[in-house]
Design a binder for this molecule. Structure first.
Ligand SMILES: NC(=O)c1ccc[n+]([C@@H]2O[C@H](COP(=O)([O-])OP(=O)(O)OC[C@H]3O[C@@H](n4cnc5c(N)ncnc54)[C@H](OP(=O)(O)O)[C@@H]3O)[C@@H](O)[C@H]2O)c1
Length: 246
């Protein structure tokens, strides 16, 4: 039976944990990366790496070595989902430490780019169908005060994906790539935004209102929509997309 490879970052909690659960299946070869292990994924016998993606060179090198050891002839498809991301404390960048800002950019932008490079390098000669799904945000397209580093990482992710799509379109069996905004999801990320100091965060009331009015998407529903988008026949036609446009 031909198998389908999925590599997913940020699988320990939030939408990533829900995507990981929905990807479980006998014909799927799965590799998950986060700092924390997810107990349910451990119970399911999944391969989980406890890696800190703020150190992306090491993570990308390890991914390249792991991919080189796989039997490519047994794989019908290979998919990298860059889902992990990190907010900084809410407020202006000068209120964050340089270490915090640098880490958020490395997790949110540098790691996706380096993991993608490692993935494409290792799978270049594979006959499997290849896809890269970068989980972006509406905040990559609309600026918001109080989270400049996150906005920068997501805008960078979108434009990185546009350029990557041009490169891959020139290659035989190139990867189809999309940077996808997943909607507004009821996860720790939203808890962090609601807890921000409103003095440096004019939109805080909006986020509190979304939760209060029940307008946040449950993580399982968001995961299902993202995975449905991944399986669309036209995946890759638009390098930058929003799951709500589907
Ligand atoms: N929630 C929303 O409303 C919303 C809206 C738009 C876009 N998004 C995007 O959707 C994706 C999932 O968001 P979410 O809400 O599910 O986030 P979340 O609940 O905050 O989970 C973030 C995930 O990223 C991992 N992560 C963070 N820092 C890491 C590091 N240094 N190394 C490795 N892994 C790290 C976390 O695992 P560990 O802590 O175990 O490392 C966790 O699994 C993100 O790309 C986010 O930007 C979310």
């Amino acid at each position: 039976m031909a198998r389908h490879l999925f590599i997913l970052t940020g699988a320990s909690r939030g939408m990533g944990a829900a995507m990981a659960q929905q990807l479980l299946g006998p014909d799927h070869l799965l590799l998950f990366m986060s700092r924390q292990r997810n107990a349910a994924l451990d119970a399911a016998g999944c391969e989980q790496w406890a890696v800190d993606l703020s150190q992306p060179i090491e993570a990308a090198a390890r991914l390249g070595t792991w991919l080189a050891a796989q039997d490519a002839s047994a794989l019908a498809s290979a998919t990298l989902i860059n889902n992990a991301a990190a907010l900084t404390r809410i407020g202006a960048i000068e209120d964050c430490s340089d270490a915090e800002l640098s880490s958020a950019l490395r997790v949110g932008l540098e790691a996706p780019l380096l993991l993608t490079a490692a993935f494409l390098r290792a799978t270049r000669a594979w006959s499997a169908t290849k896809r890269v799904l970068n989980i972006s945000s509406g905040l990559g397209r609309r600026a918001m005060a109080g989270q400049a580093s996150y906005c920068a990482a997501k805008a960078g992710m979108d434009h990185f994906t546009r350029a990557l799509a041009l490169d891959e379109a020139t290659r035989p069996n190139g990867a189809r790539v999309v940077s996808l905004a997943p909607g507004v999801i009821d996860t720790d990320m939203q808890v962090h935004l609601r807890a921000g100091d409103p003095a440096g965060f004019p939109e805080q009331a909006n986020f509190i209102g979304l939760k209060g009015k029940g307008q946040l998407t449950p993580p399982g529903d968001a995961a299902a929509r993202v995975l449905a988008y991944l399986n669309r026949a036209d995946f890759g036609t638009n390098a930058v997309a929003d799951v709500r446009d589907a």
